[in-house]
Design a protein around this ligand. Structure first.
Ligand code: UDP
Length: 469
């Protein structure tokens, strides 16, 4: 049978921060003449809607519960996903085998190393897509190959793990490394990402050459990835994918129109956009402090507070916002990119998830980091000290380390200032925005890396190029 075009199967880990960049990569591959299908779990299936990409279900073993019943533990969920996911992924590959478009390659989330075995058992190629920064991967790789041992201890001074960047302190490391007992299943999954890299046909990293050049130099041998980022919708960068204004995946219904309408009424750079992403859950005390910090700062703000978190907001604060919607808006979910791209937004208070970090950089928005979990601490360090596009709000000395209102107000005044440090940060943010654009625009480092992959796939399968672009 003649193969009409290369068909790539894309398999994300089923959370918002992983679906977004992998789906974006699928769209990018389609724009380069490949065909792409995304395989995802039943309860995330309906959250994805992109005309150019087919969506197919696979099972995580939780299908009947419609995603409502939480797995008993992360460990059990990951085991269940591995066994059910492997079986149903193989079935999906077989389903397409006899069509005009059999799969030729699987791009799988680097968390899901088992997908490579499934690909190879079924005679197709595969490669992991890493959704962390190269710096974070560098640390995990060093632990994986025994160069660093857990638990990490810094009694002898800072731990220099990344070449060419300021030394990292304990507060800059992933929570999984600082407290390995806090989430052993996720720690294992993160360390495991490099376990079968030598068998992969290609490795993709969602970062870009100029952003992490020094880091990448130091780990190229262990992690010979092609850097293809930032995987942010095209409209905000090179504009070559027409109408590509959002990722095309949303686990919550976004409140877009109202937010944009509200932003239209605000002066340039006057609004603080605040979001802690899709997973972080703040303590009630910290929610109260952030609430009053935003209010007392007197800046306009939009704060994404998922409905499940809303009960932690002080009633008095909510009453004030409702009475005076001119100053602030609380929303369950929105299109973050549209907010960041809006002229009225002057700064981004962020938990420093890797996608949010790349989005802040790509759109040139100064950031205030309030990291809470996982790799967010390392990203915050780079935001503040390496790319110099923001500050990190300091935690208090209490047992649980929270950011108090006065500290948030201090950070906001620093970053929103039109002079001094604020101005320097804004200039740097503009510089990184241009470099991000350059990397994914025609002939840029990431664009070339993607072209290389596409050309390699096509030549391997001697496919006629049906598309002119
Ligand atoms: N996001 C969004 N709307 C919101 C909040 C977040 O679209 O109201 C998106 C954001 O643009 C990013 C993703 O959700 O692409 C969150 O990913 P990230 O890696 O920053 O954090 P995570 O949710 O994985 O902790």
């Amino acid at each position: 049978m003649e193969i009409e075009t290369c068909h790539v199967l894309v398999l994300p880990y089923p959370s918002q921060g992983h679906i977004n960049p992998l789906l974006q990569f699928a769209k990018r591959l389609v724009s380069k003449g490949l065909k792409a299908t995304i395989a995802t779990t039943h309860h995330t299936l309906s959250s994805i809607s992109v005309p150019s990409v087919t969506v197919e279900p696979i099972s995580d073993g939780q299908d009947d519960h419609g995603g409502l019943v939480k797995p008993q533990s992360e460990d059990l969920f990951l085991e269940s996903f591995k066994s059910n996911g492997s079986r149903t992924l193989a079935q999906l590959i077989n389903k397409y085998k006899t069509t005009k478009y059999p799969f030729t390659f699987i791009v799988y989330d680097s968390f899901l190393t088992w997908a490579l075995e499934v690909a190879q058992q079924n005679g197709i190629l595969g490669g992991p897509f890493f959704t962390n920064s190269a710096a974070v991967i560098s640390i995990y790789t060093r632990i994986h190959c025994g160069k660093l041992r857990l638990p990490l201890r810094l009694e002898d001074g800072p731990l220099v793990v990344v070449d060419g960047v300021p030394p990292l302190d304990m507060e800059d490391l992933s929570s999984f490394l600082k407290a390995p007992e806090s989430c052993p299943a996720y720690l294992k999954m993160n360390l495991n990402q490099c376990s079968n890299l030598d068998k992969a046909n290609w490795i993709f990293g969602n970062t870009f050459q100029s952003l992490e050049a020094e880091v990448v130099k130091g780990i190229r041998e262990k992690w010979p990835a092609k850097l293809i980022g930032p995987m942010v919708p095209s409209t905000y960068l090179d504009g070559r994918i027409k109408g590509d204004k959002g990722y095309g995946a949303s686990l919550w219904k976004p409140l877009d129109h109202e937010c944009t309408k509200w932003l239209e009424t605000k002066p340039k750079n006057s609004v603080v956009y605040t979001s802690f992403g899709s997973m972080v859950s703040l303590s009630q005390l910290e929610m109260e402090e952030i609430a009053w910090g935003l209010k007392e700062s007197n800046f306009n703000f939009i704060w994404v507070v998922r409905d499940s978190e809303r009960h932690k907001l002080p009633k008095e604060f909510l009453d004030l916002i409702t009475q005076n919607q001119k100053a602030g808006m609380i929303v369950n979910w929105c299109n973050q990119l549209e907010m960041l791209a809006h002229d009225s937004v002057g700064c981004f208070v962020t938990h420093c998830g890797w996608n949010s970090t790349l989005e802040g950089l790509s759109l040139g928005v100064p950031m205030i980091g309030i990291p809470k979990w996982a790799d967010q601490f390392t990203n915050a360090k780079f935001i503040k000290d390496v790319w110099c596009v923001g500050v990190r709000a300091k935690m208090d000395d209490g047992e649980n380390g929270i950011v108090k209102r006065d500290e948030l107000i201090l950070s906001l005044n620093e970053v929103m200032n039109k002079e001094g440090k604020g101005l320097k940060i804004r200039k740097n943010a503009t510089k990184w925005r241009e470099l991000a654009k350059e990397s994914i625009s025609e002939g840029g480092s990431s664009d070339k890396a993607i072209d290389e992959f596409v050309a390699a796939l096509k030549s391997k399968f001697k496919i006629k190029d049906l598309y002119s672009y």
